[in-house]
Ligand binder design. Structure first.
Ligand SMILES: [Zn+2]
Length: 127
């Protein structure tokens, strides 16, 4: 993955410019606001602001971007099935575009459910 691409993914959904205030039925939980803004507890962002040393995911396979976390990290595979099914039902291929997710209430809720189950975007405990 090119650095530009990684940056693009982790500018979050809002900066992709396809979401507006009138996006239906979208309530922002603190966790999903991170996905929207790109300001997340994922290592890609934390390393950029020098909170952690490495931007690599705990799976050690890739940079921990929002895209990696939502769509490909194997550490969360077992919690991703409902989300994957929702993408199938929306007739989208996997991985979906980040910007497509808020266009569908079903997709949005499936993504939130996934995020909540992983607890990966919960506020980290202080060391
Ligand atoms: Zn990973």
């Amino acid at each position: 993955m090119e650095p530009d691409e990684i940056g693009g993914y982790d500018q979050g959904i809002l900066s992709l410019g396809r979401i507006s205030q009138e996006t239906p039925n979208v309530k922002y939980l603190p966790e999903t606001t991170q996905v929207l803004t790109g300001h997340s507890y994922l290592n890609y962002f934390l390393a950029n602001i020098k909170v952690v040393d490495s931007h690599v995911c705990a799976c050690k396979e890739e940079t921990e971007t929002i895209h990696h976390f939502l769509f490909s990290c194997r550490l969360h595979d077992d919690r991703r099935s409902v989300f994957r099914n929702a993408v199938d039902m929306a007739n989208l291929s996997w991985p979906p575009k980040l910007a497509d997710i808020p266009q569908s209430k079903l997709l949005w809720e499936a993504m939130e459910s996934f995020i909540k189950q992983t607890k990966r975007l919960n506020k980290p405990k202080r060391q």
